[in-house]
Structure formats: structure tokens, C-alpha cells
Design a protein around this ligand. Structure first.
Ligand code: PGA
Length: 246
């Protein structure tokens, strides 16, 4: 399976900057798949710029309701109408800065599946949780609660992003990432079956760069990466798609 490398642009790029990034990327990738989680305001331009290529445009969050009096919010159907294919849910910045709960993330995930968007469920432990040996318990809680009550949760992508590695330059070692991914895979198998669990891509996120991606992708349970900072520059993102620099 081709690794899935998702660019998470966070609160970067105007619609013009998004367009010029994608126009620059198109001739470089020639048939390769690319995944970009764009800010809401750049989605429309990004989708138009990506036409005729294998670049999939996604969103970085959404509301769990279909519509209603929710000032400032965006629904799954609004995203779909713009050609969005996937949506990040439960990113650590949404959990920790905006206090999104496990329960809210479960409702969003259900809604995304119902509306035909691929949910990219982000999970991961804080430094404090890792140091107090709670990593497995946190991953279990986050996965179990997000998928509770959903019998068929494919298509689903899981992104393991240790909070201490996001934007810090402290990438997890390939071995540590592999161990966490295997834990996630086993929990997913408990919730479904080994076959379903094997079919769910588990991505690693947190300070991924062209210089360190190859070691991560070489692990048997690492099927791709969710990349923030190093995805903002088109050449850097292209390097990541190529598997990095060795
Ligand atoms: P980073 O962010 O690559 O800048 O560490 C990753 C993420 O938050 O998805």
C-alpha cells in the first residue's frame, strides 16, 4: 500500500497561497496521491486547483450537527458540497486548546461516516501521561470512546500523534512509534476483527520531516504520516511523498 502522507496546514495559507502550492505540487507528483488538510477558507480554491490530479483535499475539523444555530461552525455536508474527501478529528490542538471531549469526537466521527467523509481520528498521549506509564490506557480510552457504538467504522484512518512530539522537533523514535501503532492495531482488532484492523491505515504524526520519515515508514505498522510544519513548503512536502531524504 502506498503510504498516506497528509499535510496538516493548520492556520496557515490564504486561498491564493493554497492555490499556488497545489499548482506547484501537481507537476511534481505525476499520478501519486497527496492529501492536504486545508483551512476552511482555502478549501474551495484548493479543490479547484487540484482538479485532474490525485490530490485529495480535506478539512481540519467540523461540527457534529448537520445544521443549526452554531455560530462560527462548519458542517460535514458543507464540506462535502465543496468536494472535501476527509476530515481530521480529535487533533490534540482541538482536544487541549479547545477542550474537545472524547464524547464530542465520537459524535463528529459518526457524522463524518454518515456523510461519506473519511475521518482521520487523531489520538496520542501527553508527556505527563507517557512518563507516568499511561500511554496504553490513553490510546485505549481515546480509540474506544471515539468508536463506541459504531459497528462499521471503515473507511477510517487513525493518526497516532504523541502530544509531546507535535511542533516540538522531538520526533518519536521509529521503535516507539511502532510499539504505539501495534497497540492501536490490537485495540482496533478488539473493536472489530483482525482483518478490519489490518485494513485501517495508522499514520504517525509529530515533528515528521524529510530527514526522519524513512525510518518511521519502514516500521510494519506505520502506514503514513500526518505532517504539520514540514508540509507547508511544497518541496518539503514533495520530499515526504517520495519517502524522504536519506
Ligand atoms: P508537526 O505537526 O508536524 O508540526 O509536529 C503535526 C500535527 O500536528 O499534525
Amino acid at each position: 500500500m502506498e503510504p498516506i502522507i497528509i499535510a496538516n496546514w493548520k492556520m496557515h495559507k490564504t486561498h491564493e497561497e493554497a492555490r499556488s502550492f497545489i499548482e506547484g505540487l501537481k507537476p511534481l507528483i505525476a499520478g501519486k496521491k497527496a492529501w492536504i488538510a486545508s483551512p476552511f477558507t482555502a478549501i474551495s480554491s484548493a479543490v479547484v486547483a487540484a482538479e485532474g490530479s490525485e490530490i485529495m483535499i480535506g478539512a481540519q475539523n467540523m461540527h457534529d450537527a448537520l445544521q443549526g444555530a452554531f455560530t462560527g461552525q462548519i458542517s460535514a455536508s458543507m464540506l462535502k458540497a465543496h468536494g472535501v474527501k476527509f476530515v481530521l478529528l480529535g487533533h490534540s490542538e482541538c482536544r487541549h486548546i479547545f477542550n474537545e471531549s472524547d464524547d464530542l469526537i465520537r459524535r463528529k466521527l459518526e457524522r463524518a461516516l454518515m456523510e461519506g467523509l473519511i475521518p482521520v481520528l487523531c489520538i496520542g498521549e501527553t508527556l505527563k501521561e507517557r512518563e507516568s506509564d499511561q500511554t496504553h490506557a490513553v490510546l485505549r480510552r481515546q480509540l474506544m470512546s471515539a468508536l463506541e457504538g459504531t459497528t462499521d467504522f471503515t473507511p477510517l484512518i487513525v493518526a497516532y500523534e504523541p502530544v509531546w512530539a507535535i511542533g516540538t522537533g522531538k520526533v518519536a523514535s521509529p521503535e516507539l512509534a511502532q510499539e504505539a501503532h501495534l497497540t492501536c492495531r490490537k485495540i482496533l482488532a478488539e473493536l472489530s476483527s483482525e482483518q478490519v484492523a489490518a485494513s485501517i491505515p495508522i499514520l504517525y504524526g509529530g515533528s515528521v520531516k524529510p530527514e526522519n520519515i524513512a525510518g518511521l515508514l519502514a516500521q510494519p505498522d506505520v502506514e503514513g504520516a500526518l505532517v504539520g510544519g514540514a508540509s507547508l513548503d511544497v518541496n518539503s512536502y514533495h520530499q515526504l511523498l517520495l519517502g524522504g531524504t536519506t
